[in-house]
Design a protein around this ligand. Structure first.
Ligand code: UD1
Ligand code: CA
Length: 459
C-alpha cells in the first residue's frame, strides 16, 4: 500500500519516495517482498502515483512490480480491493505498507508460515505507547483467541488501554481475502474502508486467526513525519554499522557513519567519523578513510589511505584507487579516475576521466582531465590540462618519468614525451620529444636599478 498522502511529512513529494539509507521507503518494502520470493508484487499507488510508479520502474532490482491505482484513497481496505484483480486465489497475500521500510525477511517468512494456506496471520507488537494503532482484541487475557482489530478512533476507553497493536502487516490466503474484501464497508469513525475489518469476518467465518508477535520495534516502525524518518534513518545506519563491525571493520563512531548503498570491506579497514558511502563502494585490506570523506561508486585497493575531506564520486564510470595510494586531504576524484598503485593525489587536486600509472604524483592544487599519465610522473602544483576547447574534449598524454613544473597549462590534444621536463609557468600547445626540456613562457628580463614612480609630495 503506497497510495496515502503522508500529510504529516508536509512535503510536495509522496511520502513513500522519501529516502532511507539513500533509497525510497517503498523500494525497501519491494526488496523485502522480493527477498521472500514473492511471485507477484502489486503496488497500490494513488497520491503522486505517476512519480511513485516511475521511481519503482527505474529502481527495481528485480522485475518491475504491477501497479494498481487507487483514486480517491478511501482507506486501507479500499487500497487492497484495487490490488485484488492482480492476486491469484491459490497464493498467500502479504500486505505491507510502503511507509514501513525495515520489515525483515525472517519475520515475513514466519508470518507466511503461520498463515499456512488456511489462517489469517497478523503481525503484532506490544508497545508502551499504542496511541494511533489498531488494537488487537482477544477473547480473554493476552493469549486468548483474536476476535478483531479496533482502530484508535473507534475504540472504547478500555480497548485503548490494550497494549498489543496491529503493525499493518498480515499474511492471508488469497481466496479468503477476496471474499472478505467484498464485504467491507465504511461505517466507522473515519468513514474509511478498513482492511482491519477482515479480522472480524475471519472470526465470524471460523477461519483461525494467529497473532504473530514481534519484539523488534524498528522492523515495524512507520514513517509519518520528518522526525520519525530521521529517527529510523539513524536506527538503520546503526544496524549497518553493527553489521560491518561484526565483519571486523573498525568504525571510529558507529553513530557518525552513513552508508547509502553497499560497502564491501576486506580485513583491517578503518573508517574515521562522519564519512558517507554511496552507491557501490569496496575497500581493500588495510584501507583507512579519514574523517569527513564522501565516497561513491569506487574501488579503493589494499593499503590505500584516503585522507580527511576527500570527495570521490565515480558515478557510472567508477573510480579506482590502486594499492598503496595516498589521496587527499581535500582531493576530488571524479568519474573515470583510474589511479594505479602508489599514486599520490594531494590537496585541492581534481582528477576526471584520467589514468595515472604506478607512482605518479600530483600533490598540490592541480587538474587532470582526460589525461593519460605515465609511471613516476611528477605533476607540479597549480598545473592543469586544458582539455576543453569550448566544443570538444581532448586528451593529454604524459609519458613515463615526465616532470611537469608548477603552474603549467597543457593545451590538449598534446603529448609530453617520456622523461621530458616542462618548465614552471609554461603553456604547452605542441607535443614534445622524449627527454626534452620545454619552456613555453615569455623570457625573463630585468632592468637594473629600476625606479618605481613616486607619489607627488602633499602640499
Ligand atoms: C493502519 C491500520 C492500523 C495499524 C496501522 C499500523 C487500518 C484501517 N489500520 O492504520 O490498525 O495499527 O496501520 O501502522 O488498516 N494507504 C493507502 N490507501 C488508503 C489509505 C492508506 O494506500 O486509502 C496506505 C498508506 O499509504 C500507508 C498504509 O496504507 O502506506 C497505511 O495507511 P495509514 O493511513 O498510515 O494507516 P493507519 O491509519 O496508520
Ligand atoms: Ca489512516
Amino acid at each position: 500500500m503506497a497510495a496515502g498522502k503522508g500529510t504529516r511529512m508536509k512535503s510536495s513529494m509522496p511520502k513513500v519516495l522519501h529516502r532511507l539509507g539513500g533509497r525510497a521507503l517503498v523500494a525497501h518494502v519491494i526488496d523485502a517482498a522480493t527477498r521472500i520470493g514473492a511471485r507477484n508484487i502489486v503496488v497500490v499507488t494513488g497520491h503522486g502515483a505517476a512519480d511513485v510508479e516511475a521511481a519503482l520502474e527505474g529502481a527495481a532490482a528485480g522485475a518491475t512490480p504491477s501497479f494498481a491505482r487507487q483514486v480517491p484513497q478511501l482507506g486501507t481496505g479500499h487500497a487492497v480491493q484495487q490490488a485484488a484483480p492482480f492476486l491469484p486465489d491459490d497464493g498467500t497475500v502479504v500486505v505491507l505498507s510502503g511507509d514501513v521500510p525495515l520489515i525483515g525477511e525472517s519475520t515475513l517468512r514466519a508470518l507466511v508460515a503461520q498463515s499456512a494456506g488456511r489462517r489469517l496471520a497478523l503481525l503484532t507488537i506490544r508497545t508502551a505507547n499504542p496511541k494511533g494503532y489498531g488494537r488487537i482484541i482477544r477473547a480473554e487475557g493476552h493469549d486468548g483467541e483474536v476476535l478483531a482489530i479496533v482502530e484508535e478512533k473507534d475504540a472504547t476507553e478500555a480497548q485503548r488501554a490494550i497494549d498489543e497493536v496491529y503493525t499493518g502487516v498480515m499474511a492471508v490466503p488469497g481466496r479468503l481475502l477476496k471474499t472478505w474484501l467484498a464485504r467491507l464497508d465504511n461505517k466507522n469513525a473515519q468513514g474509511e474502508f478498513y482492511l482491519t475489518d477482515v479480522v472480524g469476518f475471519a472470526s465470524v467465518d471460523g477461519v483461525p486467526i494467529v497473532a504473530h508477535r514481534t519484539d523488534d520495534a524498528i522492523e515495524v516502525l512507520g514513517v509519518n513525519s520528518p522526525s520519525q524518518l530521521a529517527a529510523l534513518e539513524r536506527a538503520f545506519q546503526l544496524r549497518q554499522a553493527e553489521a560491518l563491525m561484526a565483519q571486523g571493520v573498525r568504525l571510529a563512531d558507529p553513530a557518525r557513519f552513513d552508508l547509502r548503498g553497499t560497502l564491501a570491506c576486506e580485513a583491517d579497514v578503518e573508517i574515521d567519523i562522519n564519512c558517507v558511502f554511496e552507491g557501490a563502494v569496496s575497500l581493500g585490506a588495510g584501507v583507512t578513510v579519514g574523517a569527513n570523506c564522501v565516497i561513491a561508486n569506487a574501488r579503493i585497493e589494499t593499503g590505500s589511505v584516503i585522507h580527511p575531506f576527500t570527495h570521490i564520486d565515480g558515478e557510472k564510470a567508477g573510480v579506482t584507487v590502486g594499492a598503496g595510494s595516498l589521496v587527499g586531504p581535500f582531493a576530488r576524484l571524479r568519474p573515470g579516475a583510474r589511479l594505479g598503485p602508489e599514486v599520490h593525489i594531494g590537496n585541492f587536486v581534481e582528477v576526471k576521466n584520467s589514468t595515472l600509472a604506478a607512482g605518479a604524483k600530483a600533490n598540490h592544487l592541480a587538474y587532470l582531465g582526460d589525461a593519460t599519465v605515465g609511471e613516476r610522473v611528477n605533476y607540479g602544483a597549480g598545473s592543469i590540462t586544458a582539455n576543453y576547447d569550448g566544443a570538444n574534449k581532448h586528451r593529454t598524454i604524459i609519458g613515463d618519468d615526465v616532470h611537469v613544473g608548477s603552474n603549467c597549462v597543457l593545451v590538449a590534444p598534446v603529448t609530453i614525451g617520456a622523461g621530458g621536463t616542462v618548465g614552471g609557468g609554461s603553456t604547452v600547445t605542441k607535443s614534445t620529444e622524449p627527454g626534452a626540456l620545454t619552456i613555453g613562457r615569455s623570457k625573463q628580463v630585468s632592468f637594473p636599478n629600476w625606479k618605481r614612480p613616486v607619489k607627488p609630495p602633499k602640499p
